[in-house]
Design a protein around this ligand. Sequence first.
Ligand code: BES
Ligand code: MN
Ligand code: MN
Length: 458
Amino acid sequence: MPDQGDDRPIELAAAVAGVLPGARADLERLVRIPSIWADPARADDTRRSAEAVAALARDAGGRDVRIVAAEGGAPAVIAHWPAPPGTPTVLLYAHHDVQPTGGDDLWTSRPFEPTERNGRLYGRGAADDKAGVMTHLAVLRAYGGRPPVGVTLFVEGEEESGSPTLTTLLREYRDALTCDVIVIADSANAAVDVPALTTSLRGLVDVTIEVAMLERQAHSGVFGGPVGDALTALCRTLASLHDARGDVAVAGLVTATTGAPDPDPDTFRADAGVLPGVELIGTGSVAERSWLKPAVAVLGIDAPRTDEVANVLLPRARAVVSLRLAPGDDTAKAQRALAEHLEAHVPWGARVTVTPGRGVAEPISLDTSGVAYDAARRAFAEAYGTAVVESGLGGSIPFIAEFARTFPGAAVLVTGVGDPASRWHGIDESLHLEMFGRCVHAEALLLAELAARPSPVR
Ligand code: BES
Ligand code: MN
Ligand code: MN
């Protein structure tokens, strides 16, 4: 590029390098706010988090910066940078809410005390998705608050709760959010030095199953034998969710068939923390199993704690079952299939109630043709010095399907701000700091590439 007499990329790289220390400091500031929207006790923190994001947007030159919320919904931030004439408008999306910590004491350093170790910044939300928030803001700062395209920043606050009020927000702020390209900085790169564009995501549904056997607790010696207990009945029901090989046994679910490059199973095992000797379950390639096929997991069980047990047969027991859906599947149909499977597999005539959960996300599969994708491939390859990997991922982002329906003309790009070692949702979540710099550089270059395209760019 520089050889062509165009020194814009060099200047941009320098501008990005110049804003990174400040962006990192502000990322730490955001991580210190425990914005766990799913926890009602943290609602004020989530509001503080939105205010902090809004203040950063204002500092980065944003206009009409607003904190908006639907009735009962989390605070989201909308801000604008007007489009220079003839340029497209790009919507930059991230979320400022985070997952619960999973137990503060289990962390190496406190989850809301951002701490650097070995080039990584540890803290809840350091990657998912406050790194996404700061990527966008750092890009806007690198451009001195005057990006070469129109920008709308949209930072929602209830992604980790399944974005339940997003439809309402979209209806209300449709005009403010209209755009030609959407950049969703909320996924993972292939490695810290290999950029990725996520081309499909799985869907998600969950249900609560309650099994009832007895009117009350009964002595496990006097009655045990002829009388069963509800926890065992629940476990037998849950055990029916997989077949002997570990594939999902629920009938009627979609399995997608796109050919996909397979990640290295050993790296995959290590990233997940699978213990030596423990098998990966199910059949097919790792890519198939992690993003092209459904997956089912039991997320929690209501039952007595092991240090509080009594010798009684339990009258009732409850569990939450979560089902990831392959691209192409239908959430309502799949949720029904899961409920019917559970109802049909409860043993011993036990009573069963299956209640649909609230966390629903549609699977998505993105169209990767068109000038926005071409621009992204060029920009990301330049920033990382290596070609972009395009692949699906097993996680879910509930916002995307709804957004794509609302703005069918817009190209949707899902970019990485984490890497396979980020431990999304886990203990010791972290962001690779050098990669964060590359994320900002890549997105800055993307805006420059898009500026050279007439609007609309799809
Ligand atoms: N950013 C993640 C999704 C993700 C993680 C995509 C890693 C690709 C790679 C997002 O914040 C998330 O956790 N989504 C939830 C959605 C749910 C609450 C409806 C998920 O996947 O569990
Ligand atoms: Mn996320
Ligand atoms: Mn998440």
